[in-house]
Design a protein around this ligand. Structure first.
Ligand SMILES: Cc1cc2nc3c(=O)[nH]c(=O)nc-3n(C[C@H](O)[C@H](O)[C@H](O)COP(=O)(O)OP(=O)(O)OC[C@H]3O[C@@H](n4cnc5c(N)ncnc54)[C@H](O)[C@@H]3O)c2cc1C
Length: 328
């Protein structure tokens, strides 16, 4: 599995099977109803902590198909095995807006709704229309609307009641022909201003995001990682009042429902964990939120290190940070 997970963990599975179509999946799953298997896209959001005593299906269902078009929007159905970044680059090359802030996020289109990926002030749910998935038990196709997916911050139905119950085969997005890009993030607006780009196109924003991300985040091709290891914690007003009294410089972002999002990276940094190395694992030098495999780390070693960080943040701030990464 080493080449199939972005942490580059050495682990085995019974068989690795590529799925190129819905038919491939139904044929595989239909052979034996009680079959135990796991589904992977790009493997950029999983931590393998042991050998897998089951098959692993790799989603390779491709295709970018325009469904319909209005004066303002285009509806595009995308095969779940398309690489997300390639699809984003397809949208900006057609001057379509909506996904440009999420350029360079690794992984597949089919995994994007599972944790409702997001970056630089935009989440995929804002352009998401529906997805098609096959129920692993009945092998029947089901369509999920935006509401039915119950998207939240790095969260959806597929991480809760629908966890491990469906094989996602395609996702439909609505892309805008005349969108005004979201440049609310300081890094993005500064990048554009420094190049005197006053009215950025989706392609300008994608170019900015790619440049910024390359400077900040480790490339999994060079150093194993799964991006942010933890989710940013959400806290209530009382907690924010206490913490900002104690730590006036602590970053926090008010949310619509009266709660606040804290920066997990900042909390970890304050516990002295930025750029730390413990054995073969550690945190990235430019971003404490990213746990890396310096080479030869086991999944167990990375998991133990992540729990050490969790405990340190709990001890110092009385806040429990939860993993964003799926631990297998
Ligand atoms: C360097 C780096 C930067 C990152 N930056 C971001 C970021 O900015 N924002 C962000 O939100 N995330 C980010 N991530 C996390 C990751 O890219 C996303 O979570 C991505 O959507 C994972 O896609 P994947 O195909 O690799 O999923 P995988 O890791 O293969 O799978 C993730 C989960 O989804 C399930 N799954 C995958 N495909 C299917 C399917 N077709 N049907 C059913 N279940 C499926 C798997 O079983 C698993 O539980 C980053 C990761 C890295 C390595």
């Amino acid at each position: 599995m080493k080449k199939y997970n972005s942490f580059h963990i050495e682990a085995s599975c019974l068989k690795r099977i590529s799925i190129f179509s819905k038919k491939d999946f139904v044929e595989y799953a239909g052979q034996d109803a009680g079959r135990n298997y796991k589904i992977l896209g790009g493997g950029s959001n999983v931590l393998l902590t042991s050998d897998l005593d089951c098959d692993v299906l790799i989603n390779k269902i491709k295709g970018i198909n325009i469904q319909r078009e209005t004066d303002e929007d285009i509806f595009v159905e995308v095969g779940a095995g398309e690489m997300w970044h390639n699809f984003v680059m397809w949208t900006v090359s057609h001057d379509l807006g909506g996904l440009e802030n999420m350029a360079l996020i690794p992984g597949t289109v089919g995994a994007a709704p599972i944790q409702n990926i997001g970056a630089y002030g935009v989440e995929q749910k804002e352009s998401f229309v529906s997805l098609k998935a096959i129920d692993k038990e009945s092998l029947k196709e089901r369509i999920f609307t935006n509401m039915e997916c119950m998207f939240g911050y790095r969260d959806s139905y597929f991480k809760n009641a629908g966890k491990d119950k469906f094989f996602i085969t395609s996702v439909t997005y609505r892309l805008s022909k005349n969108s005004v890009p979201n440049t609310s993030y300081k890094d993005v607006s500064e990048w554009l201003a420094s190049r005197a780009i006053e009215y950025p196109t989706p392609n300008d924003v994608a170019t900015a995001v790619i440049d910024i991300r390359r400077q900040k985040l480790p490339d999994p091709a060079e150093i194993g990682n799964a991006g942010s290891f933890f989710k940013n914690p959400i806290v209530d007003q009382t907690t924010i009042d206490v913490l900002s009294g104690m730590y006036p410089q602590m970053p926090s972002y008010p949310l619509d429902n009266g709660t606040y999002k804290l920066a997990a990276g900042w909390l970890i940094d304050q516990c002295g964990y930025k750029g730390v190395r413990v054995g073969n694992t550690g945190t990235y030098k430019n971003q404490a939120l990213v746990i890396v495999n310096y080479g030869g780390a086991t999944g167990e070693e990375i998991k133990a290190f992540s729990e050490e960080i969790q405990q340190a943040v709990l001890d110092k701030f009385n806040i429990r940070i939860e993993p964003e990464v799926n631990i297998w």
